[in-house]
Design a protein around this ligand. Structure first.
Ligand SMILES: [Zn+2]
Length: 395
């Protein structure tokens, strides 16, 4: 690794390519990120149930935290007073903060959107707040993450009028965010919106790449469109993004979606799924997801996944894990989370090695031929919930 350049703290180095799949390293002030990378989600400045030391021992390079949640509680001023997010949560690796736009639309109450920003009430105590592109940058500068996102609008992916408006506002807000951003030790990424419409994606990508961001995010996917629509959109949009910058697919993180996105040139992912399903007893294996609460595991002396080298699988049986979940014991949540993050990080390592060795597509086919996809129903529910949301009316 070459020494960090003070003026250019964020550099993407491409190490190997296999078709469109890329292996590389993105350098940040808090260390390098081996890509393709998966970022576990630490919504409230904690990856639920795990310590930072455990995250390091699981080879996690980067975590994501949520601007919306931290703004509401404890507030960016308190975090800044206590030395910024890294010091506050005692995590010395890279952090990415999202803009909070997605949470405003999925969680906040009484939101209203105008040209200048979004006004909303907190889902916690009903207090009134306003996010503008400048206000969100101010919050993110106080939090101090390495990679930060501008305020954007994530529309219903197949509603053309809504998507057109979202692209227009997201692009305009990207300009304002860039002007407001002043910390050289943070990389502000551009977010490409455009739903499932290739022409709108192209319009957004061309506009944002002309602004020359240090990285680009693909937003507005995994929010109710079909898998086929998601993959077709990635095929259309990724080639429009510069090769010397990382590409981040926001909110995507099932193993099958990661493999398909890497195959189309994506470098970075985040998703709450591996940690969230873990706390419900959903454990990831090479055969697909299992639910450890199932009665068939009551007398099963095997680890979650034979051959898995994680702490949980080295020491505990499926029968014991099932007992912990049935008894409502906290240790069960921790052990399940450890296994699922290990599974995701191992998948990313295997992907990087396969790209290096020029056999990524073979690896992908072999993995997918074994892995039973189990979230179709959840995705469908997600889609219905999204459709039932209030539309994006602009005053
Ligand atoms: Zn394991």
């Amino acid at each position: 690794m070459r020494p960090m350049n003070e003026k250019q703290p964020f550099v993407y180095e491409l190490h190997a390519q296999d078709g469109a799949a890329r292996r590389g390293v993105f350098t940040t002030p808090h260390g390098p990120i081996a890509m393709p990378a998966f970022a576990p989600v630490g919504t409230q400045a904690t990856v639920k149930t795990l310590t930072p030391d455990e995250l390091h021992s699981l080879d996690v390079d980067i975590i994501l935290s949520n601007t919306y949640h931290l703004h509401l509680r404890p507030g960016e001023d308190i975090i800044a007073e206590l030395g910024g997010l890294h010091q506050f949560m005692a995590w010395d690796g890279p952090i990415l903060t999202d803009s909070g736009g997605f949470q405003v639309f999925s969680l906040a109450h009484k939101r209203s959107l105008d040209e200048d920003g979004i006004t909303f009430r907190s889902h916690i105590d009903g207090s009134r707040h306003r996010f503008t592109p400048e206000a969100v940058i101010r919050i993110e500068e106080l939090l101090g993450a390495d990679i930060i996102m501008p305020l954007d609008i994530c529309p219903t992916p197949d509603n053309r009028r809504e998507v057109e408006r979202a692209v227009e506002l997201t692009n305009a807000w990207a300009v304002r965010a860039k002007q407001a951003h002043s910390r050289a030790d943070q990389a502000l990424f551009g977010i490409v919106q455009g739903g499932i419409f290739p022409d709108l994606r192209r319009q957004a990508a061309e506009f944002l790449t002309a602004l020359d961001f240090p990285g680009y995010a693909i937003g507005g996917l995994s929010v109710g469109e079909t898998k086929e629509e998601m993959y077709a959109t990635l095929s259309a949009v990724v080639p429009l993004l510069p090769a010397d910058k990382p590409r981040y697919l926001m909110g995507v993180g099932t193993p099958e979606d990661i493999l398909e996105a890497v195959a189309r040139g994506v470098d970075l992912f985040d998703c709450v799924l591996p940690t969230r399903v873990a706390r419900n007893g959903g454990l990831l294996t090479r055969e697909g997801r299992i639910n450890i609460r199932n009665a068939r595991f009551a007398r099963d002396p095997n680890p979650i996944e034979p051959g898995c080298t994680c702490y949980t699988c080295q020491r505990f049986s499926r029968a014991y894990l099932r007992h912990l979940f049935k008894a409502g014991e906290i240790l069960g949540l921790r052990l399940a989370t450890i296994h699922n993050i290990h599974f995701m990080e191992q998948l990313m390592k295997d992907i990087r090695t396969a790209i290096q060795e020029g056999r990524f597509y073979q690896f992908k086919d072999e993995f997918l031929s074994r892995y039973r996809i189990s979230d179709q129903e959840a995705r469908h529910k997600n889609k219905l919930a999204y459709r039932q949301r209030r539309g994006l009316q602009v005053r």
